[in-house]
Design a protein around this ligand. Structure first.
Ligand code: PLP
Length: 397
């Protein structure tokens, strides 16, 4: 069989328009919901924020949900609520977006990176345990690509050593772990509502918890450390407020919450679609020895924020960089998640050195994220499969 010429070598690309790796899905209902708020009395913290929080808490199976202005703000608020300070160490994964580790730095704490499991690329609880010192205050685990971490094992380690657990579930809204919804499996769970995530508010984030004291601290932190909100004071005809802690303005607006509420109604269908796309890819690529498909553990159902393949480079005539470029030339908007966090110049300047996390670092060299989002058409999915087979076939040894 003659092989098609790769676009990178002057052949016709698999598709004419670039398919991004992730993209929001906004419909007329969403637009209408935002317009209604624009015509209402409250643009920022009004009734829609509380409604969104309550619907989100219900969906995530948590008692409290606190809306904030981004996933990064959610992590910062969680680090604050956990009481992380300059004398504390916090264990987290190198295989994540920078914000997961940065929230520890915002609080002046020290980040300790523990390596990940080879199969899921989630934190390895045995390595977490050996990284604990007398200074360890908390563990921040990340549900990489949307597959829940080993929450029971991590909670067991954390409770033996009296550590707070924070689950960065930015990738995992809608995922389940041993039949339980992600949202109340750790002491604090954070979410991102960025457009590439499962639902969006433009920018936005959420923290969920079952602990009323943590919930109260989170609420104060998002509004300057002040004990009451403007709307409450207006209702009570009062002007008095106190600032008890140093907080920020991390509030989500009513405009954004209206969009979030409208999006949340569609989330169950979108998770089904993400799972279907992941299944199509896994089916199409499982017979290709040049590709390692994502491993899903039997006791959890991922929410598939990302679909990350790992290349078996010993079976290919070129490296990840060239295969990545070839897929982009086919107009498949592949990406890489993630450059290990301690490799970034900011962390290197703090003294972290390459080579200490061989599993995460080894996986990074081989990984490529394929497009996955609910607005993808069946043809888009077929295009990705075709392009991957075409490029891998070309570079096969
Ligand atoms: C794992 C993880 N944590 C935190 C964040 C930060 O979220 P945001 O962009 O909403 O601040 C992201 C966003 O990409 C993420 O992927």
């Amino acid at each position: 069989m003659t092989q098609a010429i790769l676009a990178i070598n002057g052949g016709a690309p698999t598709r004419t328009a670039m398919l991004p790796y992730g993209r929001q899905f906004v419909d007329d209902q969403d637009v209408q919901a935002v317009i209604e708020v624009l015509r209402s009395e409250w643009l920022t913290t009004g009734p829609r924020v509380a409604e969104f929080e309550s619907a989100f808490a219900q969906f995530a199976g948590a008692k409290y949900a606190i809306a904030v202005s981004s996933g990064t703000a959610a992590l910062h608020a969680a680090a604050f609520a956990a009481g992380i300070g300059p004398d504390d160490e916090v264990i987290t994964t190198p295989m994540t977006f920078a914000a997961t580790a940065n929230c520890v730095r915002y609080q002046g704490g020290t980040v300790v990176f523990a390596d990940v499991r080879h199969d899921t690329l989630n934190l390895d609880s045995a390595k977490v345990e050996t990284s604990i010192t007398s200074k360890t205050k908390a563990v921040i685990t990340v549900d990489y690509t949307g597959q829940p971490s080993d929450l029971d094992e991590l909670q067991a380690v954390a409770s033996r050593r009296r550590l707070t657990t924070i689950e960065d579930a930015s990738h995992a809204l809608g995922a389940t772990y041993r039949g339980r919804q992600v949202g109340a499996l750790a002491d604090l769970t954070t979410f991102s509502l960025h457009p590439v995530k499962h639902i969006t508010t433009g920018e936005g984030g959420m923290v969920t918890t079952d602990d009323p004291e943590l919930a109260a601290r989170l609420r104060r932190f998002r509004t300057h450390g002040i004990t009451s909100e403007f709307r409450e004071r207006e209702r009570e005809g009062s002007w008095f407020y106190e600032m008890t802690e140093l907080g920020f303005n991390y509030r989500l607006t009513d405009l954004q919450s209206a969009l979030g509420l409208s999006q949340l109604r569609k989330l169950p269908d979108w998770i089904v679609r993400r799972r279907w796309i992941a299944e199509c890819y896994s089916e199409a690529f499982s017979a290709l020895p040049e590709i390692e498909i994502p491993m899903v553990l039997r006791d959890r159902e991922p929410a598939w924020h990302l679909y990350v393949i790992r290349l078996n480079l010993d079976r290919l005539r070129s490296g990840r960089a060239e295969i990545f470029r070839a897929l982009r030339a086919e107009n498949i908007g592949v990406n890489v998640h993630y450059i290990p966090i301690p490799w970034h110049p900011y962390y290197r300047a703090l003294g972290y050195k390459k080579g200490a996390w061989p599993v995460a670092e080894g996986a990074y060299e081989r990984m490529i994220s394929l497009p996955i989002f609910p607005a993808m058409t069946d043809t888009d999915v077929e295009d990705v499969v075709t392009a991957v087979k075409k490029v891998v076939g070309h570079f096969r040894k």
